[in-house]
Design a protein around this ligand. Structure first.
Ligand code: CMC
Length: 428
């Protein structure tokens, strides 16, 4: 470990301080660089930039490690519940039994939506993508819950966080119900967080919905696997939006918008569509060849990651969960055989080996979600539901930091230099 690094820039010798975290790469502190040299650093896509310090989630992409507050994701997925993980991410520690009961009770008290929001849904087309509805409805929460909008008050921040975690299943389930023309189902607080979500999604008023415990467990695990992931694109979006002091619900709506893209949360939908399009194992080589062809924009969806240059630890758990769910539901989906064979072929292909491209969390999640009964368009909405806790935990951490500043990157300007205005009549 070094204390500083030397840089000769603009004719000056600088000693730039090196900062160390509790684990992981050190960072070079360049905060004074512009003041001292008149130069910026250049890092489009932030491939070498740490945008903040954080004590929530740690990833070692080379080793395939993901820790939340120090706990490995595999242990959390196997041994805890999504509510425990929410408490862990938000408050820093796993809850005691009493704390968990209190936390789950608090969340359950916020599951309902303001009745007027049901009218808001009716403004959307029936065929609207659930992510379009999620962006709109979550943004609209800012107009309904104004008593938790003072971000300088830690208690109001926590109430806004609880509201968001609690209301997302209701919002996502309503988006689904609206798309299929069924009545909205009210939350039932005697069910678990995840059981209630399944009830609101698949239940109908005419019948008592019975939660299948295997499906409930699998869904809860999927939520755990998506709960947080360090400074990814949507989390960075939430932080950037929040850094201006914006309303918390609006910040989360910004995160949802970012998550929607196929390079990020939209990949689960794209991955299943791709597997269905491939259809049979014999067609895989054709798609692998396309993914390798630089003149073809096609990529293997659910493959590759900015940080993981090893197997995504979430994909390992996801693959086990597929087997459990398909077994329980008695579903034989040929798409799972295609996924297994595609993974095997890609991982023995020099292109994927050299570029260190492995299956990510989105590769198998679609197979499970489809077996449970979700249409592909709902997949990213489920990701948003689960990631909400990560977003609010990261947002809270940022706002609580006394040194927090508005996020304001600079640029390398390549446009025209100053020139005089030409009146319309004189323009050629
Ligand atoms: N199929 C084929 N080639 C790929 C793929 C892929 N899925 N991913 C990356 N590559 C190639 C890419 O063409 C590039 O090649 P070259 O060096 O010759 O130009 C090299 O690998 C590095 O890729 P990159 O795009 O520079 O890497 P990145 O870190 O900017 O992108 C990624 C990461 C996740 C956007 C990308 O791997 C990708 O588009 N994957 C498919 C979409 C996907 O599954 N996204 C979900 C990510 S995990 C869930 C989440 O966090 O949201």
């Amino acid at each position: 470990m070094t204390d500083s690094v030397k840089l000769n820039a603009a004719g000056k010798d600088l000693d730039l301080k090196v900062l160390s975290g509790s684990v992981g790469p050190d960072v070079i502190d360049i905060r004074k660089l512009y003041a001292q040299t008149g130069m910026f650093t250049y890092d489009p896509g932030f491939t070498s930039t740490a945008s903040c310090d954080s004590a929530i989630t740690y990833i070692d992409g080379d080793e395939g490690v993901l820790l939340h507050r120090g706990y490995p994701i595999g242990q959390l997925a196997e041994k805890s519940s999504f509510m425990e993980v929410c408490h862990l991410l938000l408050n820093g520690e796993l809850p005691t039994k009493d704390e968990l009961d209190k936390f789950s009770y608090t969340i359950s008290r916020h599951t309902m939506l303001h009745e007027q929001l049901a009218t808001f849904y009716r403004g959307f087309r029936r065929d609207a993508h659930p992510m379009a509805i999620m962006c709109g409805v979550v943004g609209a929460l800012s107009a309904f819950y104004q008593d938790s909008a003072d971000i300088t008050d830690p208690q109001q921040r926590m109430i806004a966080s609880h509201r968001l975690i609690a209301k997302m299943p209701t919002i996502a389930a309503m988006a689904y119900k609206y798309s299929i023309g069924q009545p909205f189902m009210s939350p039932k607080n005697n069910l678990s967080y995840t059981g209630n979500f399944l009830q609101m999604t698949f239940g109908v008023p005419a019948e008592e919905y019975v939660v299948n415990p295997v499906v409930e467990k699998a869904m809860d695990r999927i939520f755990i696997l998506h709960a947080d992931h360090e400074q990814n694109a949507s989390t960075s979006t939430v932080r950037l939006a929040g850094s201006s002091g914006a309303n918390p619900f609006a910040c989360i709506a910004a995160g949802i918008a970012c998550l929607w893209g196929p390079a990020h949360g939209g990949a689960n939908e794209a991955a299943l569509n791709m597997l269905r399009e491939i259809g049979t194992v014999d067609r895989i080589p054709e798609y692998i060849a396309r993914a390798k062809d630089k003149n073809d924009p096609f990529r293997l969806m659910g493959f590759g990651h900015r940080v993981y240059k090893n197997y995504d630890p979430r994909a390992t758990v996801m693959q086990q969960t597929v087997r459990e769910v398909l077994g329980e539901l008695g579903v034989t989906d040929p798409v799972f055989d295609v996924a297994i064979a595609l993974e095997e072929m890609a991982l023995s292909d020099p292109y994927f080996i050299e570029k260190k491209l492995f299956p990510n969390v989105d590769f198998y999640s679609g197979v499970i979600l489809s077996a449970i009964g979700f249409p592909t368009t709902m997949f990213t909405a489920l990701f948003a539901l689960a990631r909400t806790v990560g977003w609010v935990a990261q947002w809270n951490e940022m706002i609580s930091d006394p040194e927090q500043k508005i996020g304001r990157p600079r640029q390398l300007y390549t446009g025209p230099t100053q020139r005089d205005f030409v009146p319309l009549a004189d323009r050629k």
